[in-house]
Design a protein around this ligand. Structure first.
Ligand code: NI
Length: 195
């Protein structure tokens, strides 16, 4: 944690995902993600071998005021739990009409969206930008062999609601390996819509 500065550029490591000069950072370990992956046996087996970082986030947050924005870098490390690729927990914004953008700096990922217009899976490669509409649950997934690094920006008063994803037993689609070195979507049989 460092003091916010004005007029000083933040420095981004576009492949490693570090953000230098931000106001905060956090990481999620495998052990933080119980219940996120469907294959509970695979999850338990990996955890028994040792905990590890699954993703980390660095951000610049000047305030939580309406009209301000939070900018940051999200880095998902490569790997899978069972057939599912590394992913974030996913959330709806607490103020659900708040939007967001993700810009891919490096790696290969998928942005899963689930909102009033239905579910979408948007593949992302470097220099591609995706807009997350209002009232849309969003989660990023790393389907590549390298860190999937995105720059994000969203309104500072948006907040995050993670429980909605838990109540729904995940998102409508799972992002799984296709048995051929690639990825594919699989319907999530546990998903409960409209939570
Ligand atoms: Ni968000």
């Amino acid at each position: 944690m460092s003091e916010p500065t004005i007029g000083t550029a933040l420095r981004v490591d576009p492949t490693g995902g570090a953000l230098h000069g931000g106001t905060g950072q956090y990481q999620k370990l495998l052990s933080d993600l119980a219940g996120v992956y469907r294959d509970e046996d695979a999850f338990a087996a990996q955890l028994a071998e040792g905990d590890r970082v699954m993703y980390h986030v660095g951000e610049y947050r000047r305030s939580d005021a309406a009209g301000d924005v939070i900018v940051g870098i999200s880095t998902l490390l490569p790997g899978r739990v069972g057939r599912e690729f590394t992913m974030t927990r996913g959330h709806l914004h607490r103020l659900a009409d708040r939007t967001e953008m993700y810009y891919c700096l490096s790696g290969h990922g998928v942005l899963l969206l689930d909102g009033p217009e239905g579910a979408q899976a948007v593949e992302m490669r470097p220099h591609e930008l995706v807009y997350v509409p209002p009232r849309t649950v969003h989660r990023t997934v790393n389907v590549g062999d390298e860190p999937f690094v995105t720059l994000f920006c969203y309104p500072a008063d948006a907040g995050q609601d993670y429980a909605v994803v838990e109540r729904s037993h995940g998102m409508p689609w799972l992002v799984v390996e296709d048995g051929n070195g690639g990825w594919t979507l699989q319907e999530n049989p546990d998903h409960v819509p409209g939570q």
